[in-house]
Design a protein. Structure first.
Length: 133
């Protein structure tokens, strides 16, 4: 099945799909039928991949914010709200935001349809890269 056009196919999603195909008996080096997955199963895998990325993001900011509420929001399906809250917490923290962290937040925010007004204040405080990097 082909994902919706507005979906980013991340490495985490590809890994989950390949792992599922291997569990279901697909062998990449053996000629035969392609691995086929239903639209519902694809949606579930995509959702699981986003949850995994969100939880990794939460873990990466544990030294900057209280992650308990953020983790709870991810687990109960309030993913957009979690990104909005994280942006607010980082904005209030007033520390520079690393380019890598900002890229991760921006990517997930775009995928989840978070209003750019939440991420914009963070880009103003982007941590500058060292010269020669």
């Amino acid at each position: 099945s082909t994902p919706r056009q507005d979906v980013t196919v991340s490495p985490a999603l590809v890994r989950r799909l390949v792992e599922r195909a291997l569990r279901d008996g697909w062998r990449p080096n053996v000629e035969g039928a392609d691995f086929v997955i239903s639209a519902d199963a694809l949606e579930t895998s995509m959702s699981e991949a986003i949850v995994a990325r969100l939880l990794a993001l939460v873990a990466s900011v544990a030294d900057q914010v209280d992650t308990r509420l953020l983790t709870t929001l991810v687990r109960v399906g309030e993913r957009r709200l979690m990104i909005e809250l994280l942006c607010e917490q980082l904005r209030e923290d007033q520390r520079p935001v690393s380019p890598d962290l900002l890229d991760k937040i921006g990517s997930l925010a775009a995928e989840l349809g978070v209003d750019p007004a939440y991420t914009r204040p963070l880009t103003d405080r982007r941590e500058s890269k060292p010269a020669g990097a």
